[in-house]
Design a protein around this ligand. Structure first.
Ligand SMILES: [Zn+2]
Length: 292
């Protein structure tokens, strides 16, 4: 069950001296490097995160083309590795798309990813799947897709993919009326040992939509929350996290690259929180098991 990924690097250095009757000395130095832990979060860019848990790998909002000159893109080299299924992006089980906005989702890139990675499954709101259909999603590939067709405040839709259980609810997109038509899917993915990960997409700052889903938040322990940074701004917004979801741990995503400018507007609100800002950075997610 547990696979600790360890690279053992054995370096044998043989120091031999043969001249002038000196003693022959031999020494072996063995170095063990413990790589990333079994369960970890790996940042891609904007709201894109890979969660790896033993044999399970998930990609949230990993393939997009737009950043509106504000947000962190996935670097080209990292994107190429992902598309090629190269480590650490090999053997991905599921792609999860929060919504069909250009800074979270590119239909062309998702299609390319699916054809390059023929075993991967996709879970996405119907609005994104409709865009995939327009972009040329084949009937065969459609069998790997689960389209979430859901309204705000609906009960969760449960998707089972192998041993991975995914719950989906729909929380309004931030920005009020401007994005009222956008279906923003929030996922809670169940990993091994009752470890649940939630990705909020571009969830609203308003409290009532979160309050309406209180039963959902309370049903399970919510170990890790991946939240747009804007919920950290003030106590009213933070209530969505602290009062409603109540996760063990939160990491802010969707952080503008000009973080120093953002901090001018946010005062000290972002000083004490954990933010993903550099593609490739990781967080060890094993520690929760020790807290119980
Ligand atoms: Zn959006």
């Amino acid at each position: 069950m547990s696979i600790i990924r360890i690279i053992a690097v054995g370096i044998a250095i043989l120091l031999a001296s043969s001249c002038n009757g000196q003693a022959t000395d031999s020494e072996t130095i063995e170095t063990t490097i413990s790589q990333s832990s079994e369960r970890y979060a790996h940042y891609l860019g904007n709201a894109g995160v890979m969660i790896s848990d033993g044999e399970t790998k998930l990609l949230f909002d990993p393939l997009f083309e737009q950043n509106f000159h504000i947000y962190q893109k996935v670097p080209a080299s990292l994107q190429a590795k992902m598309l090629a299924g190269e480590a650490p992006y090999d053997d991905v089980d599921v792609l999860l798309i929060s919504h069909a906005h250009g800074d979270h989702f590119s239909a062309d890139m998702v299609l390319a990813y699916m054809s390059a990675n023929p075993l991967v499954k996709l879970v996405a709101p119907k609005q994104a799947v409709d865009k995939l259909a327009v972009a040329g999603l084949s009937k065969t590939d459609m069998t790997r897709v689960t389209a979430i067709d859901q309204q705000i405040a609906d009960k969760p839709i449960i998707v089972q993919i192998g041993s991975i259980m995914i719950e989906a609810i729909t929380i309004p997109h931030s920005g009020g009326q401007r994005f009222a038509d956008v279906r923003n899917t929030v996922y809670r993915v169940h990993l091994q040992n009752q470890y649940q990960v939630i990705h909020l997409g571009d969830a609203t700052i308003e409290n009532p939509p979160f309050a309406k889903q209180q039963e959902f938040w309370d049903e399970q322990s919510n170990e890790l929350l991946l939240t747009p940074y804007w919920l950290f701004k003030n106590p009213q917004r933070q209530a969505n996290i602290d009062v409603h979801i109540r996760p063990h741990r939160s990491i802010g995503i969707h952080v503008p690259t000009a973080l120093h400018e953002l901090k001018k507007r946010y005062g000290s609100a972002l000083d004490e929180v954990d933010l993903f800002t550099k593609p490739g950075e990781e967080r060890d997610l094993n520690s929760i098991e020790n807290e119980n």
